[in-house]
Design a protein. Structure first.
Length: 145
């Protein structure tokens, strides 16, 4: 059984340790201002939906936004990159590959589902994305563990 903090920390660890994301400079818990090193990933908790407890356990659905920013000055490579540059679609794919390698997040979750991806043009040369995921996990109702 897990706590929300355990699930979020494990998600951060998976993204930090993925060889597919070795080019990412930082993975942060919570939104930051003044980011100067790209690419960067931010994990922002969005909501938790709890079910009724059954035999002292309850199942939770934890929604997390995985927010990513890249900075690519080559206008032709911002969306679809090449061997030298990761475009925003490549970045999204690498994040999803890292999580898909173990949808249980090392046993902290029952399953992780990708809900939706939104793209954003911040200010040239920065592009952003937000991948909404839902992590299902169980916890002890009274102890919250």
């Amino acid at each position: 059984m897990s706590k929300p903090a355990d699930v979020l920390n494990q998600l951060k660890t998976i993204l930090e340790n993925s060889s597919d994301l070795s080019y990412v400079k930082n993975v942060f818990l919570g939104y930051r201002e003044g980011i100067t090193q790209f690419p960067v990933i931010i994990l922002e908790p969005m909501r938790i939906v709890e079910s009724d407890d059954i035999y002292g356990r309850q199942e939770l659905r934890f929604s997390v936004a995985i927010i990513g920013f890249i900075s690519v000055k080559d206008k032709e490579r911002q969306i679809v990159g090449d061997a030298n540059y990761k475009g925003i679609l490549d970045f999204e794919n690498d994040i999803k590959k890292a999580i898909s390698a173990d949808r249980t997040l090392g046993g902290y979750a029952i399953h992780t589902t990708f809900i939706e991806t939104r793209y954003e043009f911040v200010e040239y040369p920065v592009r952003g994305l937000a991948i909404d995921i839902e992590v299902r996990f169980r916890q002890d109702t009274e102890a919250r563990t």
